[in-house]
Write a protein that binds this ligand. Structure first.
Ligand SMILES: [Fe+2]
Length: 173
């Protein structure tokens, strides 16, 4: 892939920038569905996690959602998390943990071109694709997240989960 590609340009810009600049850079990149289609994967029973960039400072992932795909209630391993909606829509539901388990506090839809932020101080969340069409979102984790807490409704407790990728995109040098 040449450097003159919107994704490569974003990765290079993030590499040389301060974390405080990340939200502005992500929005200014104004990425479209067509910029990311080449990296999308839709196999499997669930949404896919496609790694565009991973270094010591941050991780940039493309998540591909079929209609109805949904995460469990999860935390973010103490890291910062931005989600930018590329195409379609995602519903975010935020929870706080109580003695009786997670309690829903807030729900909203993330639509094309919108950016949202989450970290463990804000609680836990669930992301899902409530629409009838496929959806793509870009996730930036600072720093990369290898493990996070996931709620197990059968045991009524949080468990540590190791995260993995469905695809590692290696074209970006
Ligand atoms: Fe999340």
């Amino acid at each position: 892939m040449s450097i003159d590609n919107p994704i490569s340009r974003l990765v290079f810009k993030l590499r040389e920038s301060e974390i405080s600049e990340f939200p502005g850079i992500i929005k200014a990149a104004n990425l479209k569905d067509s910029d990311l289609q080449a990296f999308a994967t839709w196999e499997g029973q669930d949404y896919t996690r496609n790694c565009i960039e991973r270094n010591d400072d941050f991780e940039l992932l493309l998540l591909c959602w079929n209609p109805g795909d949904k995460t469990p209630i999860h935390g973010h391993g103490g890291q910062k998390c931005w989600v930018y909606q590329i195409s379609g829509e995602i519903e975010e539901r935020r929870f706080v943990n109580t003695e009786d388990g997670p309690v829903l506090q807030y729900k909203h839809k993330l639509e094309e071109g919108q950016l949202t932020y989450m970290d463990d101080k804000m609680g836990f969340h669930v992301l899902s694709n409530p629409g009838e069409h496929r959806s793509m979102s870009m996730h930036i984790y600072v720093k990369p997240i290898d493990r996070c807490r996931v709620y197990n409704p059968e045991e009524s407790c949080f468990e540590e989960k190791k995260l993995s990728y469905d695809q590692i995109i290696s074209e970006i040098a």
